[in-house]
Write a protein that binds this ligand. Structure first.
Ligand code: TA6
Length: 292
């Protein structure tokens, strides 16, 4: 079966050998195994901490959690009752159907609508759909946000981000091209000094890195001597590069030394807010391609 719906998760299998697994909880992708043009053997491309909770008790430490409607701690008044990174990653989504099932791609759609528990902390009406498509060497994730409010209601203001954890040796990886971009350095203790301009042609994460690059080009190469992933984004104008290094030891569900095994290169709309008039839909897309 190319698409196997289990009680709490979905397993996608591509006829050429790639596979992906996603939980209904948080619509979190927890595995993507893919070969590349030069490496036929499907290998795991995502990192999930050995200490991650996979039972729906808390957001997953790894894979690709969905961040919506706020990134980080809430700053918008409508998000005031929400926790860090919003609710999409910690609500159970609904399997809505198969979108495509052939050699071009195996694709499913999950949806999330306001439940009583969401409405208790977030009052705006919305409809989310998440389309996950597995191709031979590619994993696409499209987040559709619809403002289902009445025509008289104000626009929906939100942030969204796909928080990938790309499996790679973090002491060897470089991310390009980020040179010349303005970024917000969340590791900088002095708030006045947090806005910086990237001077490096190749960005490594050998030091604690938590940088929010603004108005980024939308295509990034994540390269190490043994693997290479291209991250392509549509409508996600920003990109966050995160690796906590030793700070990761303070994260309860991070496995020992887990920060040595991944880098996050997360496409998002996180500087300011996307503004969506009533009745309209916004789509943000991430495409991960295995190049090596
Ligand atoms: O995307 C980077 C970031 O916002 C970091 O600041 C770091 O805290 C990370 O996400 C993980 O957040 P979490 O809430 O999953 O612990």
């Amino acid at each position: 079966m190319p698409i196997d719906l289990q009680t709490d998760k979905l397993v996608l299998q591509h006829p050429k050998g790639a596979s992906a697994e996603l939980l209904l909880y948080g619509a979190t992708i927890i595995s993507w195994k893919s070969g590349s043009v030069t490496n036929a053997q499907p290998t795991e491309r995502l990192f999930v901490s050995g200490k991650a909770a996979l039972d729906g008790s808390k957001p997953v430490r790894g894979g690709i959690p969905v961040v919506f409607p706020c990134f980080g701690a809430p700053t918008h008044p409508e998000h005031a009752k929400l926790g860090q990174h919003g609710f999409a990653r910690s609500e159970t989504w609904t399997f809505d159907g198969i979108v495509m099932d052939n050699e071009a791609g195996v694709s499913i759609r999950l949806t999330l609508e306001p439940t009583a528990s969401i409405a208790a902390k977030y009052e705006r009406p919305f409809h989310l759909a998440y389309v996950v498509t597995l191709a031979e060497h590619q994993l696409s994730t499209d987040l559709h946000v619809k403002n289902t409010g009445l025509s008289t209601s104000p626009p929906l203001e939100f942030q969204a981000l796909l928080h990938n954890y790309i499996r790679v040796n973090s002491s060897e990886v470089v991310v390009t091209p980020l040179k010349g971009l303005t970024y917000y350095d969340k590791t900088e203790p002095d708030e006045q000094l947090r806005t910086k301009v990237e001077a490096r042609g190749q960005v490594d994460v050998k030091k604690y890195t938590d940088f929010v690059y603004q108005n980024a080009p939308g295509t990034y190469e994540v390269t190490s001597p043994t693997n290479k992933i291209e991250v392509r984004a549509v409508n996600f104008k920003d990109v966050v590069v995160w690796n906590p290094q030793q700070e990761g030891a303070k994260i309860a569900d991070m496995e020992d030394g887990g920060w040595e095994k991944y880098v996050c290169v997360e496409p998002g709309y996180v500087h300011g807010f996307a503004t969506l008039p009533a009745g309209e839909t916004w789509v943000g897309q991430q495409v991960l391609s295995a190049k090596l």
